[in-house]
Ligand binder design. Structure first.
Ligand code: DHK
Length: 142
């Protein structure tokens, strides 16, 4: 069975409460339950959320060592700022899909640069939580 990791970065623990007009009303717990319901027959899903850059990088290293089949990452604000996260992703050797709930190209200029996207095979932005489903589906089908 393939293992797909789903990693959410800073502030995504507040999904459903945080700016619902931008990020929707689904909580992270509900999203994770819905992903499990959809995909658990086809693969093992391993979820992680942290507001701490170092904890995120440590987890990526562990997944890299475990040679999991794929990683879905929404790096939150670290997308636009973190060289360390970019280096971690590039060095992991993992197959990665970057997801953004909102369409970052319709928002502030600073959101239109992703330092992390170069580590991924593709980026999904603006499809709401559906982006996570599309990303997992893609990684399971490879
Ligand atoms: C989530 C965040 O927390 C922001 O910092 C990004 C992304 C966009 C999202 O759309 O999921 O800029």
């Amino acid at each position: 069975m393939k293992t797909i990791a789903i990693l959410n970065g800073p502030n995504l623990d507040r999904l459903g409460k945080r700016e619902p007009e931008v990020y929707g009303r689904t909580t992270l717990a509900d999203l994770e339950a819905a992903l499990r319901a959809e995909f658990s027959a086809r693969g093992t899903l391993d979820f992680f959320q942290s507001n701490h850059e170092g904890a995120i990088i440590d987890r990526i290293s562990a997944w890299a060592d475990a040679r999991i089949s794929g990683l879905v990452i929404n790096p939150g604000g670290l997308t636009h700022t973190s060289v360390a996260l970019r280096d971690s992703l590039l060095g992991s050797g993992l197959t990665i899909v970057e997801v953004h709930i909102s369409n970052v190209y319709r928002r502030e200029d600073f959101r239109q640069r992703s330092l992390t996207a170069a580590a991924s095979v593709g980026v999904i932005t603006g499809l709401g939580i559906e982006g996570y489903f599309a990303a997992v589906r893609y990684l399971l089908s490879r």
